[in-house]
Design a protein around this ligand. Sequence first.
Ligand code: NAG
Ligand code: NAG
Ligand code: NAG
Length: 443
Amino acid sequence: MFPSLLLSLLVATAATAAVVDLESRQSASQITTVDLSVNWGTPIRRASGVLYGVPSTANQIPSSFYTGMGFNYLSAGGAQFVNATGWIYGGYTSRFQDVLSNFNTARQFGAQFVLKMSDLWGTDGTQVAATAVYPGVGSDASFTEFNAYLTQLVSDLKAHGMTSNIKSMAQYLAMWSHAVNFLRTNLPGVPIMGPAFAGAPSTSNTWWTSFLAHVKADGTAPDVYSWHHEGSSTDPTNDLQSSQPTMVSMLNSAGLAIGEFIIDEYANANEQNPGSTAWWIARFERFNMSGLRGNWLNGANLQDFLAGILWKSGNTYFANGIWQVYDYYANSMTGFRVATTGSTDRLMDNFAVVGTNIVRILVGGRLVTGTYSLQIKNLSALGLPTSGTIQVQTRQFSFAGTTGQEGAPTALGLVSHTYSGNVLSFPIFQTDTVTTWAFEFNF
Ligand SMILES: *[C@@H]1O[C@H](CO)[C@@H](O)[C@H](O)[C@H]1NC(C)=O
Ligand SMILES: *[C@@H]1O[C@H](CO)[C@@H](O)[C@H](O)[C@H]1NC(C)=O
Ligand SMILES: *[C@@H]1O[C@H](CO)[C@@H](O)[C@H](O)[C@H]1NC(C)=O
């Protein structure tokens, strides 16, 4: 398992669910499946991470919002604060206090903390490109300033007991090697995470190919590989179904070990809704990858609202429809995971668990409308007959925007389905791009 602190070295309309049998209407590309006979192990809330979103003031967001969403990863370093500062602007000390506060919040809830070293340095999107100092270039060509920064940071991490586990990432290859060697010497045994490129791994991306060749050659490969998924919702490479096998293949070609993969920014701005969130969860679970939710808020709001799944009225926080999906995922979807497949058009998917006498299936579409089908195979694996009738409950997750309060999903009632051939199928009528559904049945 990973340690509690990860160190990242960076540069830079209501729908209704009518449920009837009409499997014959579905084409192959519209089916998302569950195979109850294949156990994928215990769910560990892999997708319940957030990028920023935690205030510097401890306990400002009530704890129930953290436990409810299954909070298990936080990545932060103090980006885009009002009067943005950092090491290169003489503002390191106060920014480190913000980091320490965020680290303590992560520890309070048993979440792992990824420290964004670039934020602390000061390259957090607010730096003035022409005058900002970058490690190992220009006025810092000999790494004097960067070494002073790393020395201070290592000292502070040790002083505050933040060294139990660390991972990291970088953009410039020379800086990468310099930092990895420095950290491995001064924080031995601490895992390193990187490179956190904004683009998914690809054999035609020279950042990736150069990075892998470089770290292989000088022995500075990270322990954990990370990258972002923030591109277009219709780009097939902006999908774990492409990036995970590509990364495995590229590591094999480079002669590097296959470590853990963590996406430190997932779901772009228009995917911030219940349906797309469930779609991403299904994929993280299938590929056994962990994910930190992208944060599309700005300025002070960036360090609040758990990356856009909460909002507040005065000082009182409330959940929006996305938080309700994470709550169901973290707290209702217990038991063991079973094998699933997404639709071949890549736009509908599901995550399924078998609990105590109950199956729970969370479906999610990636900004699609239309009729899809959910096909649940091998019911006999649960001791059910291979044909018969099953009562299925549908729960609806609605969405009224980031600032719209939503309660627990609405139970739409039980619908009886007959099945045969050990397979139960029923349609998912997706009439808008944001609402999503969970289906449940007892056995
Ligand atoms: C994910 O983990 C489960 C349980 O260990 C395993 O059966 C499955 O093959 C893994 N999936 C991938 C894509 O590695
Ligand atoms: C930002 O800097 C200005 C000018 O120094 C100061 O008046 C203001 O209080 C600062 N804001 C914060 C949030 O620190
Ligand atoms: C599960 O279902 C599939 C398709 O219906 C079938 O081919 C397979 O043999 C089943 N597996 C088990 C273990 O029954």
